[in-house]
Ligand binder design. Structure first.
Ligand code: SF4
Ligand code: SF4
Length: 351
């Protein structure tokens, strides 16, 4: 398993332009598969427009203590893109005035941003209804500096959402790195110990599942039942909900698909599973994503492809929710990942 990002390895797919070419050439250009825009035009959804803004998702940096095989961020310890306090100030101004009810901090490992705790404390004062931190769990066990994170999250009533690709060691470690499963289990037990994830507890703990290979996720509620049973029986761990997320064909997952010669078959399976009912609720219709350097995107995936919002407001310093809400959402063939089967978003299925 790689220990560095695609960027640090100077791989071709670290280049977003190259990814976009792959996503539009070949089977799509040859007409074997329809372009996403043509597919959604069939149901009158092109151009894709936002509905009311509900979620402000802020990526505070691409640095991570892990180098997961399928990471769409191409995150890793070698990534130096980290949000500065100055950009955080601009974000706070927006958080105080936004109509969104959910604030969602992501990364990399957001906790590795040196101003993470200050930012959480300040953002929490804005009284946003649902304040999510996407924690990879192992960061809690990474070193002493992070060991009080469960208490810190509790203090600010943070909603913790964590990736846990499987309830078995083998599948988890294969995707996320050796030793990740054991550390994740220990971190979940510590979160449970302070009240996270317990039945009826207001301290929300949700898990995110994504498939370990080139296939779509199984039914979300069935997976949730299996995870709950296995984690409780084997480790006495409880959590609230499981979100099943489809791997989008970008960054390290795209690299994996191409290297394993699964790219075409995977794209065919996404297009075959296209569900028109999922289109109206794709994540970009209620979300704005902010990058570490303050640029605005329709979602975290578009951020990783370098596709900025199609609006005259492109940076957090010029933020204007009304103007942004009038934009057309920027789409490409990776969007089929959001509309396959029951649909997929950072909050799980959408249809
Ligand atoms: S998937 Fe999450 S935990 Fe894994 S490398 Fe990417 S950002 Fe880090
Ligand atoms: S990838 Fe982003 S822009 Fe495309 S459908 Fe999904 S959320 Fe929307």
């Amino acid at each position: 398993m790689a220990t560095k990002s695609l960027k640090a390895r100077h791989k071709e797919l670290a280049n977003t332009q190259r990814q976009l070419e792959i996503l539009s050439n070949g089977i799509f250009r040859d007409g074997d598969l329809p372009y996403f825009k043509d597919k959604i035009a069939e149901i009158g959804m092109f151009p894709l427009k936002p509905r009311k803004l509900e979620v402000l998702q802020i990526n505070v940096g691409y640095m991570c203590n892990q180098v997961c095989e399928h990471c769409h961020v191409d995150a890793g310890p070698d990534r130096k893109e980290i949000m500065t306090q100055e950009t955080m100030e601009l974000c706070l101004e927006v958080i105080r005035n936004t109509g969104a009810h959910t604030l969602d901090l992501t990364g990399g490992a957001p906790e590795m941003n040196p101003n993470f705790r200050w930012f959480v404390e300040e953002a929490a004062k804005a009284g946003i209804q649902d304040f999510i931190v996407r924690s990879n769990l192992t960061i809690i066990k990474a070193n002493k500096k992070y060991q009080d994170l469960p208490e810190f999250f509790k203090k600010f009533n943070i909603h913790v959402v964590s990736s846990m690709p499987h309830y078995t060691r083998g599948k988890t470690d294969k995707q996320r790195g050796e030793g990740v499963f054991d550390k994740s289990i220990a971190a979940l037990q510590e979160l449970n110990a302070v009240g996270y994830g317990m039945p009826d507890s207001p301290l929300r703990l949700d898990l995110v599942y994504n498939p370990s290979g080139a296939y779509l996720p199984a039914d979300q509620s069935a997976l949730e039942r299996d995870f709950k049973k296995a984690l409780l029986e084997d480790f006495n761990i409880q959590f609230h909900n499981l979100f099943a997320i489809t791997n989008l064909p970008i960054s390290r997952f795209l690299d994996y698909l191409i290297a394993s010669e699964n790219y075409e078959d995977y794209m065919i399976s996404l297009v075959d599973a296209y569900n028109p009912a999922a289109v109206q609720n794709v994540m970009c219709t209620n979300t704005i994503s902010v990058s570490w350097d303050g640029w605005l995107y329709d979602c975290d995936f578009n951020q990783m492809l370098g596709l900025k919002v199609g609006s005259k407001v492109k940076h957090i310093k010029d933020y204007n929710e009304e103007v942004l809400n009038n934009r057309n959402i920027v789409i490409s063939q990776h969007c089929y990942g959001c509309t396959a089967g029951a649909g997929s978003s950072c909050q799980g299925t959408v249809a």
